[in-house]
Every structure is written in C-alpha cells, then in structure tokens.
Design a protein around this ligand. Structure first.
Ligand SMILES: NC(=O)c1ccc[n+]([C@@H]2O[C@H](COP(=O)([O-])OP(=O)(O)OC[C@H]3O[C@@H](n4cnc5c(N)ncnc54)[C@H](OP(=O)(O)O)[C@@H]3O)[C@@H](O)[C@H]2O)c1
Length: 428
C-alpha cells in the first residue's frame, strides 16, 4: 500500500508558498515513494494574507515545535538566515532523526559541516538542492551524477539579481542605483540588497558547490568576496568597446595549495556563454578530469523553480535515494585550506579617471613597467564632464599582488582623480 508522508513546512514566503501550492496540486508527484501531504506549517505571522489556504494545516508559532511535532515526518526549512530559527529548527529535526529539506544556502555554507555530522549521527537525510541555482539542478549533479569524476573547478553566475542588474545597465544604458531601485520595486531584489549585490549570496552558493565538488568542509569564511556595487555604467560601456560583458562570477578551483573560492566581477568575452547569460538566469561550468566541461544554465530563483527543487529532495527522501550530505561521510570531509593569493595570475582591466594633462599616460605606463605588468591594450575616451578623461588598460597575464601594487601607486598619482577600477578578465 502506498505510504503517506507528513510534511511540515517552516516558512511560507516565496519558496514555502510555492511548495505548499505544488504539494496541494500534486501530492503523488513521486509515485514510487508514496504521497506527500503538508500537515503542519510555521511562519512569522499567522494572520498575514496569503495566496493559499493554510486553515487545514496545523499552525506552529515556533518552527522548532513544528520540527519536533510527531506529525512532522519530513521537515522543510524555508525561513532563511544562517542562524536563528532556521538553524534551531533544522537541528531539532535532525536530532530526532527526521529528514530535513532546506533551500537555505547561508545555513549550509556557514554550518554545513556540523549539520552534516549531526545528520549522519542521527541517520537523517539533509538535502538542499534548492539552495544553489534555484530550479536548475547543480547540487545533485555534483553529489551524485559526477561522483565518478574528479572535479577541477566550478564557475559561473550564481546570483540572478546581480545578473539582472548588469544586463539591464548594459541593455538600457542605465546607472546601477537606478536599476537596483527598479528591481527592488518589482520584487526582484531585497529591500536590503547587500547579500546579493555585495556578492555574499553567490559566495554562500559557491561554498556549497566547492564542498560537494571537492569533498571539503564548507569554508565560507575563506571565500574572497567582491560584489557589483562599484560597477558603473562607464565600465560596462568601456568593457563592451573592448569586446566584453561584465558578469558577477563565482568560482571554486582545486589548486596545489587547496581550494580557492571567490566571487568577483569579471570581464567575459562577448561570445562567452557567461556573457550570453542575461537577466536573472544562472549558469555554471563544471570542469572535470574525465567529463571535460559541462555547462548548466537555468532559473536561479522564483517560487516555481525553487519549489520544484525542494520537491525533488522530498522525493529522494520518500524513495530512499539519499547520499551523504556532501558526497563523502562528514568525518572524511577535508579540512579548510589556506590559499596563497600572491601566486594567482590572470589578465585584468584597469580603468582610470585622469586629469586632461600632458604626461599623464607616461606616468601611468612607467608604474606598470616598474611593477612588471605588461599592457595588452589601451583605450582612451573623450573628456567627461568636469575635465576627467577615462582611460582603460588591459594587461597580459600577471600576478595579482603586482596588480594590487600598481593600483596603490596609481591611486597616489596627483593626476589620477579617483581610485582605479580593477576588474579581472575571464580566462579562455
Ligand atoms: N526566493 C527564492 O527564489 C529563493 C531561491 C533559492 C533559495 N531561497 C532560499 O529559500 C529560503 C526562503 O526564501 P524566500 O524567498 O521564500 O523567503 P521569504 O519570501 O522572505 O519567506 C520567509 C518566510 O519565513 C517566515 N519566517 C520568518 N521568520 C520566521 C520565524 N522566526 N519563524 C517562522 N517563520 C519565519 C516568514 O513568515 P511571514 O510570511 O509570516 O513573514 C516567511 O513566510 C531562504 O533560505 C532563501 O535563501 C530562496
């Protein structure tokens, strides 16, 4: 006889609401596992108007109590936040040996190793497909489909809000603040956009992918993070003249020293698949020693796609198709490693605003030559309002420490009117 699974959902916002509606419409979506029926819910406000009826579910003011309820067989955490009620309720469920499904990247990126250990000690699945790339499968791809390969790197666009902003800026020649305000008004961006535009959301996601790809403990604290908030329309226009689009990229790479995890704006050649990824879409390259390169692209957020990903995790619990949280047992997760940033090489874009005076270029190129940074191309634009002249240099491959030294020395030149803007250029 087909089994009925009782689902407790904490958080009834975008994702939680999407999941409630999905399970109401298709409780038998995973027939081999039985039927999934929501029995209890928790949110901040019971009286808040919602697009779906919650009157038939048991209500819990406290998500921890929902997690502990004998009527909750699978606990779904869709509240968000690395700590607080999200963490407390997930821990409560795992301690009781209950399967947990979550979309919470902050929680998994910041506490993943301890939660994996807790899950394993209590023989409880902990699944989080929806936490990375929303409805586009990435977690399962790394944890299950690619377990037979050795991953070299994962890299892509993991924050749809930032990609929407830079795409709009380029397409309609609008300023960052203008597009951000519109995105907030339309609900594409949070009222406090720091997690998105500061690169932290993408860093949470790529930290999780790094753990899955390389069997290492999630190490969010070691991620190098730079957001898009300093990207101006001028840089987007100048990049385009040079044949590039600016994207916020997130990457995790296996190096001889350990795992390098970073988020930063990147100039991608116009024909590059990441440059071709526009709007809120997410995209990811996975490079492996046997598979060579795989490219995933799709929706990174939204009620429908994200609820579909959470439902896929529920199906895995129901059918018993569950693997270790990060592909290897928690006790075997490799400890965090420190990366020596001075060894990194790459090409960069350097944009300066300088006084319209003779001799400026000579002073600039002298500094680059003294620091051993060789110039690949040079572009000068007409004088802007206020007498400033934008100039752009792109470099050949160079070590990052030399670029930092160049930036410091250029900023100190009296002819340079604002701090140089340095943006990395994507490798082939
Ligand atoms: N939105 C997306 O497209 C997306 C994509 C991938 C992953 N995620 C992740 O999914 C999770 C949920 O995101 P969301 O966009 O659905 O968030 P949201 O729309 O802000 O909803 C959050 C929900 O949590 C409830 N809540 C807040 N504090 C609570 C508390 N102390 N106890 C119980 N419930 C509480 C809220 O209650 P009220 O409704 O009463 O305010 C609301 O229902 C987050 O971890 C997020 O990072 C979201």
């Amino acid at each position: 006889m087909s089994r009925t699974w009782k689902i407790g959902i904490a958080g009834l916002g975008t994702v939680g609401g999407g999941l409630v509606e999905f399970l109401a419409a298709r409780p038998g979506f995973a027939p081999q596992g039985g039927t999934a029926v929501v029995t209890g819910v928790s949110a901040r406000s019971r009286s808040r108007p919602r697009a779906f009826d919650i009157s038939k579910f048991a209500w819990f003011d406290d998500p921890v109590e929902l997690a502990k309820s004998p009527d909750t067989e699978i606990f779904v955490e869709l509240i968000g936040g690395s700590d607080g009620p999200a963490k407390a309720s997930v821990e409560a469920a795992l301690k009781l040996g209950k399967p947990v499904v979550t979309a919470n990247k902050a929680l998994i990126a910041e506490h993943g190793a301890e939660l994996a250990a807790l899950a394993e000690a209590n023989n409880a699945p902990l699944l989080f497909e929806a936490a990375v790339m929303g409805g586009t499968p990435a977690v399962k791809v790394l944890r299950e489909a690619l377990v037979g390969d050795e991953i070299v790197s994962v890299a892509g666009i993991l924050n749809g809000t930032c990609n929407y902003i830079v795409s709009e800026m380029e397409a309609h020649e609008r300023d960052f603040s203008d597009v951000l305000a519109e995105a907030q008004a339309k609900g594409y961006a949070e009222a406090d956009p720091t997690m998105d535009v500061g690169g932290f959301d993408a860093a949470h996601k790529v930290t999780i992918l790094a753990a899955l790809a390389f069997g290492c403990a999630p190490n969010y604290a070691a991620a190098e993070i730079e957001g898009v908030e300093k990207i101006g329309l001028l840089d987007i226009q100048l990049a385009k003249l040079l044949g590039y689009r600016i994207r916020l990229t997130a990457s995790a790479t296996r190096t001889p020293d350990g795992i390098s995890v970073r988020v930063h704006p990147t100039l991608c050649p116009l024909s590059h698949p990441l440059a071709q990824t526009v709007g809120p879409t997410n995209a990811l390259f996975i490079q492996g020693t046997r598979i060579a390169r795989i490219f995933l692209q799709g929706p990174g957020a939204g009620a429908g796609p994200t609820a579909a990903a959470a439902a896929a995790d529920i199906a895995d619990v129901m059918t018993g198709a569950v693997r270790p949280v990060f592909q290897v047992p928690a006790a075997s997760l490799k400890p965090p490693s420190a990366i020596d940033a001075s060894k990194r090489v790459g090409e960069v874009y350097i944009r300066l605003m300088v006084k319209d005076e003779p001799g400026v270029l000579a002073a600039v190129t002298e500094i680059l030559a003294e620091e051993g940074v060789s110039i690949d191309s040079f572009l000068q634009r007409p004088v802007e309002d206020g007498g400033a002249v934008p100039i752009v240099l792109t470099t050949h491959e160079t070590v990052e420490t030399a670029v930092r030294k160049v930036a410091e020395r250029l900023a100190a030149l009296p002819e340079v009117l604002e701090p140089p803007r340095i943006i990395r250029i994507a490798g082939a």
